[in-house]
Design a protein around this ligand. Structure first.
Ligand SMILES: [Fe+2]
Length: 337
């Protein structure tokens, strides 16, 4: 097992330093169709982060996400110092689907994803037994056109979904099935950061992941997780999963059929099903995507912006864009449910 993976007992519970909602008044602007906005133009952003930390985190719990504008976080080192100051701790990413570049220790680029294709909203690493309670994004350079980070309130998604689907997900959870086929997506060694089979098996055993080795060293994994959870601080029921994001249907039936033709139905790098193994088809993925779309808020990025997202309460995705776009991402406050 990789040495940087903490033992279960050493985990940072949610959150290590509890914040009380509305503990201190924090003046944010509420705007329809956009995340709440906090304007701040401090001379010293790191000192600002130290002094504002408690109130800012309480505001994130209250609103699900806060966009801080005016901090002038144009430099990745400064941005890393600010997110480190605001977080209880930062995670190393594991079990990734697409690679990130490291700016500084545990401060990454956004994932590589085709710029012309929207990224389905999701809760980061909700398929892992240990995931970030908070996500932090800093815009170093916005796209020329589009590229907003889309935010969706997970309680609103629950309300928007058919009750029968919610009941089923709540009862059975969901399962992510990954096949490391060597062609599409990372190799298992890259995804786990572990070079030998026994190390992967140890990691998976500790993380409640089923492992199946196939011919030629192909690996298939299955991990069953809850799909609806109670927020650890507010108690709000939240849709918390990546059923749609990692579904074979995420780009629609046409793209799914093409992928199956090329890789075969058993060769897809990822798909999702109900926790009991029942397949989830296009009709349900479409309903989930519609619930996300109906409740999405967004704000065009400006250089130096900081966006803090409650990863349990709020899903994040990304609009298509044109031109270069550079975002710094930190996975903060590792936790389990
Ligand atoms: Fe993400």
């Amino acid at each position: 097992m990789n040495a940087d993976r903490p033992a279960r007992g050493a985990d940072t519970s949610f959150p290590a330093r509890a914040v009380r909602t509305s503990a201190e008044p924090f003046c944010v602007e509420r705007r329809p169709g956009a995340p709440v906005l906090l304007r701040a133009e401090p001379d010293d952003p790191v000192r600002w982060a130290f002094e504002s930390r408690r109130a800012l985190r309480a505001a994130v719990v209250d609103h699900g996400a806060v966009l801080a504008r005016g901090l002038g976080l144009y430099d990745p080192i400064l941005a890393g110092d600010v997110v480190r100051m605001l977080a209880d701790g930062l995670m190393n990413e594991r079990e990734a689907f697409s690679p990130r570049t490291s700016y500084t220790d545990r401060v990454y680029s956004s994932t590589r994803w085709p710029r012309g294709i929207p990224m389905c909203p999701h809760h980061e690493l909700s398929y892992c037994d240990r995931f970030p309670a908070v996500m932090m994004f800093v815009c170093l350079s916005p796209a020329v056109l589009g590229g907003a980070t889309v935010l969706v309130d997970s309680a609103a998604v629950l309300d928007a979904l058919p009750a029968s689907l919610v009941r089923r997900c709540e009862r059975d959870g969901w399962t992510l099935v990954r096949t490391y086929n060597g062609d599409v997506g990372p190799s298992w060694a890259e995804a786990f950061g572990i070079g030998d089979r026994h190390g992967v098996e140890d990691y998976c055993r500790a993380s409640a992941i089923e492992v199946e080795w196939g011919p030629g060293g192909q690996l298939r994994t299955r991990q069953r997780r809850p799909a609806v959870v109670r927020h650890p601080i507010t108690g709000v029921r939240c849709w918390f999963n990546e059923i749609a994001h990692f579904s074979e249907w995420v780009f629609g039936p046409g793209a799914r059929d093409e992928l199956c033709d090329v890789l075969g139905p058993d060769g897809l790098p990822a798909t999702t099903c109900f926790g009991d193994g029942t397949p989830i088809g296009w009709d349900l993925v479409d309903q989930i995507q519609q619930a996300y779309a109906a409740n999405a808020v967004r704000e065009p990025w400006r250089s130096g912006d900081l966006l803090i997202v409650d990863n349990i309460r709020t899903a994040h995705g990304r609009d298509p864009y044109e031109g270069p776009r550079e975002l710094l991402v930190a996975l903060a406050d590792p936790t389990r449910i």
